[in-house]
Design a binder for this molecule. Sequence first.
Ligand SMILES: [Zn+2]
Length: 412
Amino acid sequence: MHDHRRLGRELALFDTDPLIGAGLPYWLPDGAVVRHTLEEYIREAEREAGYRHVYSPVLGKRELYEISGHWAHYSDDMFPPMELGAEQVVMRPSLCPHHALIYRSRSHSYRELPLRIAELGGMYRSELSGVLGGLTRVRAIQLNDAHVFCTLDQAVDEARAALDLIARAYADLGIEAARYRLSLPGEGGKYVADPELWRRATALLREVLDGAGVDYEEAEGEAAFYGPKIDVQIVDGAGREATLSTVQIDFHQPERFDLHYIGADGAKHRPVMVHRSVIGSVERAVAHLIEQHGGAFPVWLAPVQLVVLPVAGAQAACAEDVVRQALARGLRAELAGPEHGSLGARIRAARLVPYQAVIGEREAAAGLAAPRLRDGRRPEPVPVGELLDRVAEQVAARGTGLWGEGGEASGA
Ligand SMILES: [Zn+2]
């Protein structure tokens, strides 16, 4: 597999600057397109699955993380607090406490549950080994996060639905899960001490995994400080394993934040909190997609979907018009005219772009375009409208194939 750091630089997707700092990459326009498209995909998948999206601040008072337990169990990974008048403010190490407060801000009846709150939100980790030049060990993280507040009876179904959502996203994105892991606590004072809580949550997660019919391994010392979790592991270009997606069933945070709902009996009950992330951090997910596809993204994710190539200056106006039509259809299209070199050089420069449309004298006269596909195929010239229809269909279907292949692999 490829190295996303090298490709990220080569393809101008993202970069870093020592003046901004290690582990703090910025996104260049083409990388920003991939990221934005991925974020839109995940929001849409979540909306379909019954999630509602919120925004919450990346800062919070130190007391918030004292209540959540982060301060006692996770402060090594947090940035030092900032003094703000008489208060201390912290860059948040997770979104969970904010979502617990969003839940708590309204009273809830059992009829509203499960309540699924999702956010693509920023969080920060004081990663000492933040590596300059990569997206996988970063200090500023955009997390695809969600919390499902539900009754105890609903928790297993909700966690299983989250696993289904993960499997569907992996299929759409062409990501392969290396293995499922049940992450359990290890030795040491890193974990909240409540054996009954751990026992109950672990039993439910086993039920989820067994019900989903997936093979899994158990790993001690990999749990969150507040509870066990299901981790979906992937393998990167260098053969290293990493966690991309997680599902957790949590009894701890609802206690700490004193969350409740009104049951059918009119009394207050404690909800369960299911934490889940479908694609984990956007940074890690994009790094993985870059490596997986070697920069040859599926057409719907590609920064540029169609490059239009006039053979000579005489066809430039015609080619410009094709680009305009493509843009009007919502496609990401660019013109590469003769001022960028010979036709051969321009074709080579656009080799990772899924579709090229060559406009020669004959095509210009007849309103045609000669398609060149990234996989090497050269279909006969077609009317420009038909070419654009085909590309637009592929984008809408989010397939991984080209030119009517549907969801098949493009061989990238
Ligand atoms: Zn959480």
